[in-house]
Design a protein around this ligand. Structure first.
Ligand SMILES: Cc1cc2nc3c(=O)[nH]c(=O)nc-3n(C[C@H](O)[C@H](O)[C@H](O)COP(=O)(O)O)c2cc1C
Length: 481
């Protein structure tokens, strides 16, 4: 695919939104791409996802095949030798963990992230000509360059990034496409914005083929016209389109623009200030897609009537057959949806990032609140840790969902710990990659979805609790099923 910001480019109407961790896996993205729309894999935590799939026995051999196809077969073999367990680990045996990311992370950790992203995109693109994107969270900056480079080596077509302001990403992609070193500024609490240290990635640290790589298109995921303007004028390279995401979308939401206010059930309140000026966005001249509650044929039409190229949809795809959601969790939520209305809570405190995060309140008979009250706090994956300056002026790392006493020892405020949930372990569990912790057995899942989760019932036919990704696409396009 040629990247073309001029009018000749024919972009798809439907983007299947990136859904971490591993909900939008290669199988889902491939299924959507094969329909001619844009399938998107999640790159979040892809290093852990890769090594856990290998420890689960890599059923079907997909990971090993993809790794063998990479430009770094000897590094790939080292990963296989270290993590692959034929027939999978015992369910009562904990997964071997990777070290947590820091500014000084080893070349080994970067290698695993790079190859994890390569494998995910390579598999999503296997055996068809459709376009595939990768989704990353800007806030989780430390692994991002390695993941981008791995994905670009598998010819990813589009990079989509929200949860922060990804101003430096377009320039970094330009450099990585030329196999040149790239850096990203790291936010450090206690240092002025933009004055923190940088994380670095140098493609020349890796053997492999060195021809110039295809430069993917870049779509920031934003929730205001001012951010669209900023990204179009002040990015370090070109932007090819925008995803405009509203507060009903699944996953993390942008915080409300007005003063912090909560309704009687403790949810963030959004108002007129959060409505995006789409005329102004359209006037910037870029293609854009609307996300959050546009998941219907009428939603697509209304988005297009507002000047959008199309829509980005998450929730409907999260529960389809090909998604990476753990089968038991998926089935239970679908059964709940069929039986009674289910509620999604926009929780202002759950995510250690400080962004509101949507959580399905009750799954089966288990309320999310109870599950998390009973969970022993621990931090052993650390993707959402923030960097801060300690009293000796050294950069250290902490997470508001880690054990309260260790967070306080790291100069964290007690208020920040209230209601925080371990999204790293919770989301891995939802993807069927739950860690076996000796004290409390398996880590419990945490399920995120958009406010429009009930629309899943539109896709379910009588006596079925499953549907395919291509049915979602047909439904959205208003085609007869
Ligand atoms: C299960 C789930 C996980 C999500 N994870 C991410 C993510 O990791 N990164 C991201 O940018 N958006 C994420 N999203 C948002 C989707 O990409 C998409 O923009 C959103 O779901 C669209 O709104 P809808 O849920 O009303 O269809 C997630 C959504 C869901 C449902």
């Amino acid at each position: 695919m040629d990247v073309d910001t001029t009018t000749t480019k024919k972009w798809p109407e439907i983007i299947q939104g990136g859904m971490g961790v591993a909900i939008s896996n290669w199988k889902l993205a491939r299924a959507v791409s094969r329909t001619g729309q844009l399938g998107v894999v999640s790159g979040t935590g892809i290093d852990t996802v890769l090594v856990r799939r290998l420890q689960d026995g890599d059923v079907g051999g997909y990971m090993r095949n993809a790794l063998a196809a990479s430009p770094w077969p000897s590094l790939a073999q080292k990963i296989i030798d270290k993590y692959f367990i034929p027939n999978g680990k015992l369910s009562s045996q904990p997964y071997q963990r990777l070290p947590m990311w820091t500014l000084e992370s080893s070349t080994w950790l970067r290698t695993v992230a790079m190859l994890g992203a390569f494998a995910e995109v390579w598999l999503a693109k296997f055996d068809h000509d459709g376009q595939v994107g990768i989704n990353l969270l800007t806030k989780l900056s430390l692994p991002n360059l390695a993941i981008l480079y791995g994905a670009m080596n598998a010819h990813v077509d589009v990079v989509l990034m929200g949860a922060g302001i990804p101003r430096e990403i377009p320039g970094a992609i330009n450099l990585l496409a030329k196999n040149e070193p790239a850096s990203l500024k790291c936010e450090v609490v206690g240092m002025k914005a933009g004055e923190g240290p940088s994380s670095h990635f140098d493609p020349r640290d890796y053997d492999g083929v060195r021809q110039e790589l295809h430069r993917p298109a870049f779509f920031p995921i934003i929730s205001s016209y001012s951010l669209a303007l900023l990204m179009s004028k002040k990015s370090t390279g070109s932007v090819e389109g925008f995803i405009i995401e509203g507060p009903t979308a699944g996953g993390h939401n942008a915080p409300p623009r007005g003063p912090k206010k909560y309704d009687e059930s403790g949810q963030s309140i959004y108002d007129q200030r959060d409505v995006v000026d789409l005329h102004a966005v359209a006037a910037l001249g870029y293609p854009f897609w609307l996300a959050g509650g546009y998941d219907s044929p009428e939603g697509l039409q209304s988005a297009q009537a507002k000047g959008a190229t199309g829509i980005q949809v998450g929730t409907l795809f999260a529960y389809c057959e090909e998604s990476g959601m753990d089968r038991k969790v998926k089935k239970q939520v679908i059964q709940d949806i069929i039986k009674h209305p289910i509620h999604v809570h926009t929780d202002p405190f759950a995510s250690p990032t400080g962004f509101p995060f949507k959580v399905v309140d009750v799954i089966g008979s288990l309320s999310d609140k109870e599950v998390y009250q009973n969970r022993t706090r621990r931090c052993d994956l650390g993707y959402l840790r923030e960097a801060y300056l300690d009293q000796q002026n050294h950069v250290q790392y902490r997470c508001a969902a880690e054990p309260v006493h260790t967070y306080l020892e790291k100069d964290g405020c007690i208020e920040n710990t209230v209601g925080r949930k371990c999204l790293c372990n919770g989301l891995m569990a939802t993807a069927g990659l739950s860690q076996y912790q000796t004290s409390t057995l398996l880590e419990p899942p945490i399920v995120t979805s958009g406010d429009g989760i009930h629309k899943v019932s539109e896709l379910i036919s009588v006596n079925h609790t499953t549907y395919m990704a291509k049915s979602v696409v047909s439904y959205l396009l208003g085609e007869k099923r």
